[in-house]
Each structure stands twice: as structure tokens, then as C-alpha cells.
Design a protein around this ligand. Structure first.
Ligand code: SF4
Ligand code: SF4
Length: 281
């Protein structure tokens, strides 16, 4: 299966993660990827992976041109699906800084608002993650049917959640945990693995760091509005801890959860429907 990677505005983390899959991918099938295989335009391929958001006029043009030459389009990573780091350019202070820059005029024109790629082209599947871990690319490109993300990160994490341990304060800082077998929520950490879709192997909590939800909402939340995810996390903390709900609510908006907040682009101008869960890998 010949595939190509079209990189719109993002951080290139999705591309680096794909390359980290190394020998498990047959890169001879990679027909186009500006980071490693240069070509002027996206050639005809079976599958086009699109990373990054539509941030500039160049992004928009490249995406529209490429879509007509490929059989299947997969939106990869938070930026292509939900805004991500590219969505930061919607902030007025960042726009003013960028537009005042001496480099203006020598870079693509920034659009007023960053958009996910399905506002412009039909997307066959979504592969969320910031970035998706290498093993997800291996499954996606070698055996897509093997991606079965019907559950939550906790299922892959497997830490214990004893009912009699109920922290009443949130840890001040994200730190490596004290007890490697105990759920991080039970150690007062803001782990959102309870409502985040699985598939990443729970790499963060297994290493002692809270999940920040980069795989996006789990299947039972994906077709609901963004608030449903926030509310579900707060309910989980009410069930598992004695930490005040307002504290959780406030902490969910803190900068260290930027990867979590990147999931919540403002789509009010796009009239975008929620993504059907069958299409989300
Ligand atoms: S540490 Fe996080 S991912 Fe692991 S069981 Fe607890 S809430 Fe779930
Ligand atoms: S554990 Fe959470 S933050 Fe870490 S890769 Fe998985 S979904 Fe993303």
C-alpha cells in the first residue's frame, strides 16, 4: 500500500513518531513526506496521512490539491483533528506578535482561524494522539483492523484503585509517583486516563506520569460536546477522591495540561458535526 504524509501546520512530532516505528514499517511504500522524501506535489497514493491543522493559505491549497489524487484520507494527530498547537495562533496576542514580525511577507499568509482538516475534505479515519505512538502507525499501515480502541487508558495501565484510599488534595506539581502499583488519582494526581481512549499502551501512567488525554475522549464521550469530557473527569474524581470539584475544574485548565486543552478547539464557525466513533481509531 503506497502512502504519503502531508504535513500542514504543526510541530512535526507526528512525523517523528512515525519514523520511530523504524523497521516495523515498509518505508519503501512511503511516496511523499517533505521531512524525509522530497517531492513537489503529493503523488497518487492509496492512503494520505494528513498531520497539522489548516493554519495558512498554503495549508488550504495543498490539502485541496492533494485530496483529489488519493483514495483514502486519514487525519493524524491532535492538530489535524482538534486544533492542537496550531490553534494557538487563534489567540489575539499571538496573532499580533506574529503579524508585527519582520518576517511577514516571506511566509504563507495566516488564516483568521485554524481549522481541522475535515472542514475541507472528506476524512475516512481519524488517528488521535499528540503524537500517536509509533505502534499505532504500525497497526494503521500494516493491519488497520487491529486497532480496536473501544476502551480507556486505565485498562492498559492496570494500576490498583483501592476504595479506602481517598486523597483530599491535589498534588502541587506533576511528579513521578511514590507507589508504582497505585492509581495516580489515588495519589492525588490529575490523571485523565479514566475517560481517554486507549491504544497508546498507557505509556505515561506506566512511567509514573499522569495521562493528559492526548488520545482524545473515549468512545462513550466522542459523539458528545466537549463539556461532557470535562464533566466525566470531575465525576470520576468525586467518586474516587475527596478533592473539591472546583479544584479539579480549575486544574483541568492549567498550562501543564496543554495537551489536554488542545483537544478543545473552538469550532463554532465551522458547523462541524461530532466525529462518528466508528471512524476514530
Ligand atoms: S493512573 Fe490514570 S490511567 Fe492508570 S488507572 Fe489511574 S486513572 Fe487510570
Ligand atoms: S497515556 Fe494519555 S497522555 Fe500518554 S500517550 Fe496515552 S493518551 Fe496520551
Amino acid at each position: 500500500m503506497r502512502f504519503a504524509v502531508l504535513q500542514l501546520t504543526g510541530c512535526a512530532g507526528c512525523e517523528v513518531s512515525l519514523l520511530n516505528a523504524g523497521d516495523e514499517l515498509d518505508l519503501a511504500n512511503l511516496a511523499y513526506m517533505p521531512l524525509v522524501v522530497t517531492a513537489h506535489d503529493v503523488p497518487e497514493v492509496d492512503v494520505l496521512l494528513v498531520t497539522g491543522g489548516i493554519r495558512t493559505d498554503e495549508d488550504l491549497l495543498k490539502l485541496r490539491e492533494s485530496a483529489s489524487r488519493v483514495k483514502k484520507i486519514i487525519a493524524v494527530g491532535t492538530c489535524a483533528i482538534s486544533g492542537g498547537v496550531a490553534g494557538l495562533g487563534d489567540r489575539q496576542d499571538i496573532r499580533e506578535h506574529f503579524l508585527a514580525s519582520a518576517h511577514q511577507g516571506r511566509v504563507p499568509r495566516m488564516l483568521p482561524k485554524c481549522s481541522p482538516i475535515d472542514t475541507e475534505v472528506k476524512v475516512d479515519n481519524y488517528l488521535p494522539g499528540c503524537p500517536p505512538v509509533p505502534s499505532l502507525y504500525v497497526k494503521l499501515l500494516n493491519d488497520p483492523a487491529s486497532i480496536k480502541s473501544t476502551s480507556i487508558v486505565c485498562k492498559e495501565c492496570g494500576r490498583r484503585k483501592p476504595k479506602d484510599i481517598r486523597p483530599d488534595t491535589l498534588a502541587d506539581v506533576v511528579h513521578k509517583d511514590e507507589d508504582p502499583d497505585l492509581c495516580l488519582v489515588k495519589q492525588g494526581q490529575l490523571c485523565v486516563g479514566t475517560s481517554t481512549r486507549n491504544g497508546c499502551g498507557a505509556i505515561c501512567p506506566r512511567a509514573g506520569f499522569p495521562c493528559v488525554g492526548c488520545r482524545g475522549p473515549s468512545n462513550n464521550l466522542i459523539e458528545k460536546d466537549a463539556n461532557a469530557w470535562f464533566e466525566s473527569i470531575i465525576r470520576v474524581f468525586q467518586r474516587m477522591t475527596d478533592i473539591d470539584s472546583d479544584t479539579i475544574s480549575e486544574a483541568l485548565k492549567s498550562p501543564h495540561l496543554a495537551l489536554f486543552l488542545f483537544q478543545f478547539s473552538d469550532y463554532t464557525d465551522t458547523e462541524l458535526d461530532s466525529r462518528p466513533k466508528e471512524k476514530v481509531l
